[in-house]
Design a protein around this ligand. Sequence first.
Ligand SMILES: *[C@@H]1O[C@H](CO)[C@@H](O)[C@H](O)[C@H]1NC(C)=O
Ligand SMILES: *[C@@H]1O[C@H](CO)[C@@H](O)[C@H](O)[C@H]1NC(C)=O
Ligand SMILES: *[C@@H]1O[C@H](CO)[C@@H](O)[C@H](O)[C@H]1NC(C)=O
Ligand SMILES: *[C@@H]1O[C@H](CO)[C@@H](O)[C@H](O)[C@H]1NC(C)=O
Ligand SMILES: *[C@@H]1O[C@H](CO)[C@@H](O)[C@H](O)[C@H]1NC(C)=O
Ligand SMILES: *[C@@H]1O[C@H](CO)[C@@H](O)[C@H](O)[C@H]1NC(C)=O
Length: 427
Amino acid sequence: MASSIVAAVLLLSSFVASTESIQKYQWSYDTTTAAIPFPTDLCAINAWPTEQPGAPYTAKLPDAELTAILGEVDPVRIQAIIEKLASFGTRHTLSTQTDPVRGIGAARDWLTLLEQYKGFAEERSSDPERYVVVSASGVAISMELAHAMAKHRTAATMIFAAVAGEEQGLYGSAYLARIFSIRLDNVEGMWKNDIVGSLIGDDGKNRSSIIRVFAQGLPTTKTATRASQRLSIGGENDSPARQLGRFTRDVANNNVTGMSVELVYRADRYLRGGDHMPFLAAGYAAARFTEPREDFAHQRRDVQMMDNGTQYGDLSEFCDFYYISRVGKVTGAAAWSLAMAPDVPKNVTVDTAGLTNDSSLKWVKVAGAAGYEIVWRPTSERFWTHVIGVGEVSNATVRVSKDNMEFGVRSVGANGYRSLAVFPFPG
Ligand SMILES: *[C@@H]1O[C@H](CO)[C@@H](O)[C@H](O)[C@H]1NC(C)=O
Ligand SMILES: *[C@@H]1O[C@H](CO)[C@@H](O)[C@H](O)[C@H]1NC(C)=O
Ligand SMILES: *[C@@H]1O[C@H](CO)[C@@H](O)[C@H](O)[C@H]1NC(C)=O
Ligand SMILES: *[C@@H]1O[C@H](CO)[C@@H](O)[C@H](O)[C@H]1NC(C)=O
Ligand SMILES: *[C@@H]1O[C@H](CO)[C@@H](O)[C@H](O)[C@H]1NC(C)=O
Ligand SMILES: *[C@@H]1O[C@H](CO)[C@@H](O)[C@H](O)[C@H]1NC(C)=O
């Protein structure tokens, strides 16, 4: 009891400003419960953070073009793709490469259709140096999105990839990530769809409108110095992968997709991994989509009916094609929005040369940006709370302390699409 009063008094002395309000405050202090009533008359000076520049942040809703594209994502076609893929009997990496109807070779030949879409999409992007990648064991989603988007033009090239050898060691995705990093291509974002087939969890409950997006915290590719600098300035929640997670929720958590996009702060589930990991290892922003509650009876199991009537195996009868199409819309909204956006501002830094009350940010402008925005949130918030439009400039000073908030700088295109936010390092 004694220590809590001491704590309360200490708190008080830093909490209130004038003698008058200290008195008011003390008189209302309830010594029997040690509760501290919230001094509503002092709200104005107790706002947190102490200053709140800019406008409240609002999510970007799909525009007419994106809404039309997402409207084309068709559960019936997705069902047909999945049933076709299942008809190859197996897509095990070691299955036959040469049989025309069974095994991974036959499935691959059928999927060359994807390549044609890819060529088409590349032709239609205006900035050939930038890519967004949708990779999938959820192959049907990639195919369906390629179909819906092939006739439209984006700024960055979208690549819809189907990769093999995931269970054996992420071979296909590691190869893909290596190709990109060797060619020094600028991969703006990568999403992997894996285990996105069912809204019914192992508890039998229907969670029809939730999709998880897993986004790693600290990047593992940076030097120890960079990593410790990130920690020292509280940037552990602002890695490129986390910004991609925030971005994904921002553009895809809406009534057009019909989904709640739930961000999970880890690279993947316990004991699991996936095709986004080689992309993370190559230093790219990458994230993974997975259904909200898995039923392990329908993953990584041979198809088998048990004596007690329990069916094991990843069978299409356990897929909900409407749910898969909604996950496809989420993926599509995210990939499209990033591919339509300008490149991220480069070399974003915050001035930490001396102790100041201000936050001075600067960056290198990029082609295709009509202007820039500074986004911020209190350090303990998950999502951006405010946005400050600063125009077509390469630096800006915000009259608030960088100590209390996280900042990000993002590019804004003339079309209204925003890049990922970039966390500023001291510079
Ligand atoms: C799950 O819930 C959604 C929305 O309420 C409904 O449309 C769908 O039919 C349900 N699916 C199953 C298998 O219960
Ligand atoms: C969806 O629409 C309803 C009704 O217009 C609205 O109340 C709700 O906030 C919207 N949800 C999202 C995520 O935009
Ligand atoms: C059915 O049998 C399997 C294996 O024998 C067991 O793991 C599972 O829990 C059983 N399911 C039910 C519903 O009893
Ligand atoms: C960013 O900074 C690095 C290191 O100072 C420099 O090499 C690079 O050219 C800069 N990038 C741009 C786009 O200015
Ligand atoms: C910080 O702000 C206070 C009051 O607004 C001012 O007196 C002080 O000089 C400022 N300090 C610096 C380093 O700018
Ligand atoms: C900020 O940008 C202006 C030009 O827009 C330039 O004159 C000024 O030197 C820049 N300031 C810093 C600190 O980079």
